[in-house]
Design a protein around this ligand. Structure first.
Ligand code: FAD
Length: 384
């Protein structure tokens, strides 16, 4: 493919840049360098994107998205990150959306997709359980069919933003027969249903994004089953390729690398350091390579293919790069690299670079650990 932007793409970039500059949330707490933002700011931002028709920016027009080309998606994400605006909560937009488009009934598509694209419904992902992370197919949360309902009992863990979400998509066990992959189904649940309890987990960055979710005799209508009973593993794998592609995070890495380069260029003790320059150059080369690989995957997706195993490669390189940039930010970030600082009124605040560094310890784990991605690649590429 041709990597030069066409005049139309340049015009599109300018349109997105102008809109982002006018509409991105202002940045009092350092979103640009990775600080966490609150629910109200995040939801207001997603509403604003939705009113422009850009929230579901990865969706085709037939399902209510803007129908961007792969290059437009890349430009959009880069400009969003450049403006220091938060990324969207990915679970419905990047994961459930494509699943419903492929496996959902027309009724499910009509019921959920417009609400997701308009920022009315926020979702979380109920895959992992205690003891079932890498070995996801060993999951035990049970759904027993009783007439026109399932009765769900069990527990999920590490559920990002479950305390914000209106709905959860879950992998549940509907049968113990056959292989462990065979008895899994994909179920949608309203978080307000009686019997669902959310308990917080605070992580090393000092924030609450993760949760445990408990299900006790939760009644779920059978029309909330996606695909057929027992097809959950196929759906789960399809969803994970979309999740891993989204984790690559090219736009945000560009933003972070720019912050690093500017910080080093302003520092008289660092700006001529061969060590700092080499580190930044290495990161830039890796990021460029990742961007082109990402564009190739997006191009295939736009032609109707699912991301496939290359999503595992993108996930590995993307997350290693995110960690590499955040490590360099700590090494060269001076005051910004301190874990604590003071705001203009002298109040203690977390420094964004160190918060980000701490959070990013997790990126090689979530979405399936990088060791598991290497196993996926080994199986596909060399048949191990
Ligand atoms: C910040 C964060 C957010 C998350 N958000 C969500 C979410 O929203 N929804 C959700 O469902 N889950 C979520 N997760 C869970 C995540 O998917 C799991 O943590 C991940 O799949 C690893 O599972 P585990 O934690 O049980 O570790 P384990 O599976 O116990 O793995 C422990 C270690 O052993 C290694 N290992 C295990 N098996 C193998 C193998 N076969 N070969 C080589 N190495 C192996 C792993 O790589 C890892 O280093 C999140 C996790 C984090 C950290």
């Amino acid at each position: 493919m041709n990597f030069d932007y066409s005049p139309e793409e340049e015009t599109f970039r300018q349109e997105v840049r102008t809109w982002m500059e006018a509409n991105a949330p202002r940045d009092p707490s350092g979103i640009a360098t990775g600080m966490r933002i609150g629910k109200e700011t995040q939801f207001a931002w997603e509403k604003k994107l939705a009113s422009k028709g850009w929230l579901a920016y990865t969706w085709p027009a037939e399902f209510g998205g803007p129908g961007f080309t792969p290059v437009q998606r890349d430009i959009f994400d880069a400009e969003r990150a450049r403006a220091g605006a938060p990324s969207v909560i990915p679970f419905a937009l990047m994961m459930l959306g494509p699943v419903l488009m492929k496996f959902g009934t027309p009724e499910q598509q009509k019921r959920f997709l417009p609400r997701i694209a308009s920022a009315e419904q926020v979702w979380c992902q109920g895959y992992s359980e205690p003891g079932s992370g890498s070995d996801l197919a060993s999951l035990k949360t049970q759904a027993v069919r009783q007439g026109d309902k399932y009765i769900v009992n069990g527990q999920k863990i590490w559920t990002t933003q479950a305390h914000w979400a209106h709905w959860i998509f879950c992998l549940v066990r509907t049968s113990g027969d056959g292989s462990k992959q065979q008895g899994i189904s994909f179920l949608l649940m309203d978080m307000n249903t009686k019997g669902i309890e959310v308990r917080p987990i605070v992580t090393i960055d000092g924030h609450h994004h993760l949760n445990e979710v408990f299900f006790t005799d939760v009644e779920v209508p059978v029309e909330n089953l996606v695909g057929v009973e027992g097809q959950g593993w196929t759906i789960a794998k399809y969803l994970l390729t979309h999740e891993r592609t989204a984790i690559a995070g090219v736009g945000d890495s560009k933003r972070q690398l720019r912050w690093l380069s500017e910080t080093v260029a302003r520092d008289p003790a660092l700006k001529d350091s061969p060590h700092a320059r080499r580190r930044i150059a290495e990161l830039e080369v890796d990021l460029l390579a990742l961007e082109y690989t990402n564009l190739r995957t997006l191009d295939r997706m736009a032609k109707g293919h699912s991301p496939g195993p290359e999503s595992s490669g993108l996930k590995i390189k993307g997350t290693e790069l995110q960690q590499g940039i955040s490590e360099a930010q700590l090494e060269f970030g001076g005051l910004q690299a301190m874990p604590w600082g003071q705001d203009v009124e002298g109040e203690p605040v977390y420094r964004a670079a160190s918060t980000r560094y701490n959070f990013l310890r997790a990126c090689t784990i979530y979405g399936g650990s990088n060791e598991i991605q290497k196993n996926v690649l080994a199986k596909v590429l060399i048949g191990l």
